[in-house]
Design a protein around this ligand. Structure first.
Ligand code: FE
Ligand code: FE
Ligand code: ZN
Length: 286
């Protein structure tokens, strides 16, 4: 079954219910949100009345809570063990996981981190150490390491680095991977040969670790290490190659999330989901 949705907003006054209503407007059967602005730490208490109302509505609409994804904020960098920053990142990720638990969310996507000059091996060591601390207090929220574009000193732009992190995690039940097609392209994995990419992933990490896919086109060429998302079919990856990912039998039933850019200040997700369901490119989006 195709489980498709997009990034949606999450607001203080209507919370999960508001996110759900936005997703339904797009014709989605899943969605992803940040529990607050991704670039800051202001977070509000979760209103259980709103959560319950949202869950009731999700049941009516046939949307499963286990398919809803939270994205951790960018300000968390587990690769940097500078004292003030490291403790902050660990504490904030723990709190994010608590918020997920309160809502009943199962998966939180995390950028592994940037080593900021410490070197890849030190960065990976810091990430592993921090994740083990964070996961000690997680009961059933799984952290999904996102495959990165390799911009700056980002860790996780190849499968070997992700594998190294996973190898160091004590509780492997609570660790997984989120593939991002734009990031894969930008880090040098050719989406036009996606079967081969999945095979390589399976050999190095194991396909059972994939719990979410971010489906984005890319503004830049293969291996550019840039990370600029493009609307579905409007970038260098192309519509047919992205459809192949979206309907891949080995990724069936795994939530696919669009993080494509707004067009003229308007969310493109209704139209993009439509063309994905119709399997027909719409050249009139922009
Ligand atoms: Fe991300
Ligand atoms: Fe992503
Ligand atoms: Zn990105």
């Amino acid at each position: 079954m195709l489980i498709i949705g997009s990034h949606v907003s999450y607001k203080k006054n209507n919370q999960l219910l508001g996110s759900l209503e936005e997703a339904l407007k797009y014709g989605a059967n899943t969605f992803m949100f940040y529990t607050g602005a991704p670039q800051n730490t202001i977070r509000y208490a979760i209103d259980s009345t709103l959560t319950n109302e949202a869950i009731k509505k999700m049941n009516e609409e046939g949307i499963k809570l286990e398919n809803i994804i939270v994205h951790a904020p960018y300000i968390i960098n587990l690769a940097n063990d500078a004292p003030s920053k490291y403790d902050f990142s660990i504490r904030f990720l723990k709190e994010e996981i608590k918020r997920c638990e309160e809502i009943g969310i199962k998966y939180i996507v995390l950028h592994p981190g940037s080593h900021v000059g410490l070197g890849i091996e030190n960065g990976i060591k810091n990430i592993i150490n921090a994740l083990n601390i964070v996961l000690e207090s997680s009961k059933n929220v799984t952290i999904l390491l996102e495959t990165m574009a390799g911009k700056g000193s980002e860790i996780g732009s190849n499968f070997a680095e992700i594998k190294e992190i996973i190898d160091g995690i004590k509780n492997k039940e609570l660790i997984g991977v989120c593939l991002d097609t734009c990031h894969l392209n930008d880090s040098g994995y050719d989406i036009s040969k996606f079967d081969g990419v999945l095979e390589e992933f399976d050999k190095i990490i194991g396909l059972s670790y994939v719990k979410c896919v971010h489906v984005n086109d890319s503004k830049n060429v293969l291996g550019s290490r840039k990370d600029r998302h493009e609307n579905i079919g409007y970038g260098t990856i192309g519509f047919d190659n992205l459809l192949h990912v979206l309907y891949h039998e080995k990724l069936d039933n795994i939530p696919k999330i669009l993080e494509t850019p707004y067009i003229d200040d308007k969310a493109p997700y209704k139209e993009e989901i439509e063309m994905i369901r119709n399997k027909k490119f719409n050249p009139n989006l922009k």
